[in-house]
Each structure stands twice: as C-alpha cells, then as structure tokens.
Design a protein around this ligand. Sequence first.
Ligand SMILES: [Mg+2]
Length: 117
Amino acid sequence: MKKILVADDEMSIRLLYSEELKEEGYDVITASNGKEALEIVSREPLDLVILDIKMPEMSGIEVLRQIKEKYPDLPVLLSSAYSEYKQDFGTWASEEYLVKSSDLEDLKAAVRRHLKN
Ligand SMILES: [Mg+2]
C-alpha cells in the first residue's frame, strides 16, 4: 500500500485529505506542523508528501527544501489556499503546486500522477 504524508496545520484539512485518500486505497499519516512532518519523513518510508505552505513556525516551502535536500526522489505536492506563492522560487522544487479547493479531484489526480509504481 502506498504511504502518503499529509502535513497541514488545519485539522479539518488533515481529516478531509486523509479520509479521501484512504478511500482511494492509500495509507495516510498526518502531521500538524513542519517539524513533525520532517520527523516522519526521516523515520517512515513514504511514497509521497502533501505539504501545506502556510504553517506556523516552519513554512511548507522550508519543509520542502529540507525534504528535497535529503530525499530528492520523494515526490512532494504543495497545497495552498493561495496561488501567490507560485512566484516564490522555493516552490519550484515541488512536483506540483495545487490551490486548495473543496473538490479534491485535482489533488487525487496529482497524487496518482506522481506515485511511482
Ligand atoms: Mg495552513
């Protein structure tokens, strides 16, 4: 079973994403901040990470940078309520930048695209 980490400081998003992704047949772990996300990445074998950008203390962009430094092959999708971070070159290391929406079809399609067999 493919294992996905969802890191978002909003509990409602963590719940929504994990329920939807579990329904798709994935194993889902959640983190509520960047530090926790990095701890999980260093200890669990993961197939993909979904990162919120706006989180307290450590932004998703910083988490992305640290993940890609150590695990360049681990696919990371950024998920933000805002599209303005697309201008930030720090986001370019991600596989995709998704703008949050109540319709999770785009997110699920991106997950399918970037999961390696
Ligand atoms: Mg947030």
